[in-house]
Ligand binder design. Sequence first.
Ligand code: M6R
Length: 366
Amino acid sequence: ERGGYPHFMLKEIHEQPKAVRDTLRGRVSDDLNRVTLSEIGLDEEQIRNIDRIHIVACGTSWHAGLVGKVAIEQFARIPVDVEIASEYRYADPIATENTLIIAITQSGETADTLAAMREMKKRGLRVLAITNVVGSSAAREADSVIVTWAGPEIAVASTKAYTTQLAALYLLAVHFGQVRGQIDEATAHEMIEALDNLPQVVEAVLDTAPQIESFAQRYAHAHDTFFIGRGIDYAVSLEGALKLKEISYIHAEAYAAGELKHGTLALITDGVPVVAIAMQPDLYEKTVSNIVEVKARGAFVLALTWVGNEDLEKAVDEVIYLPKTLPALAPMAAVIPLQLLAYYAAVARGNDVDKPRNLAKSVTVE
Ligand code: M6R
């Protein structure tokens, strides 16, 4: 049942090219000029009228939402708030009749996410669910659904669900951008071509597994570790830190790289591992200067950057090179080594990778 893999998590990590391909299938035109998402049940006028989007979710799905915000704001210019469902439901959120609620939930059964959906439906708002389970409560209760085709995810740590959620959010961002006239035809084509190429990108990144496995041996003894990045790389850092905590039980924190010097830098001492994500060309120089700051305090730094950036090798202890894609799509590539790092660190520590302590696959309590 694990298809020759020692754990479901590793199997599911390796299923990501297929999962992403299945999620994109039928949703981009053959000429790569248009996105089709008729299942969202919104006509062009309704899409043009959206004044704000609230994304609600928990855990890894919330992290996907953070990436989705950047893509939707950049491509469609619609303001997006990304809220933790257990907070949002009690926060008396401010929404207008043209606010679209997007609930992201792999299982479709997370109690707080369902409660947030119900609260907003009661107020007459339109709720779109992004879920991996066709017959789930979220799918049944939402006004419309985008199904992610990750297939069953068994490991408690979410991997392929996250990357398929990203695929769904990218599709939505391009679709909204096209309908609202925010992206011209040439740019739309370039984006859709890049989306269509994502399964190959993920496939190529999976080839870094042996390098990460051997790095993880040197890393697995850590007590505390930090993940840093800027912009959308920060959103991926949060996911990398969660994955590591969840299965390796190593304490990890994610920081917007520029925020480190406002307090946390005091914790960077000799040998403290820092994972730095530098996948945004516009922010690259700034991120490098943050890397130099932590190196100067003795940090042991693993950096993720795109192929061709060999310069970074001089500044850090280890570099993982990822294929270049559109900066907004970089999380799809960058998250893979972070999943693998968490996995191999957990294996090195002898943990029960697929069933981490204290956690359940589906959180149906509030
Ligand atoms: O099924 P959901 O997407 O609603 O689940 C949300 C979280 O419980 C889930 O993503 C959790 O954070 C994962 N175990 C993290 O790997």
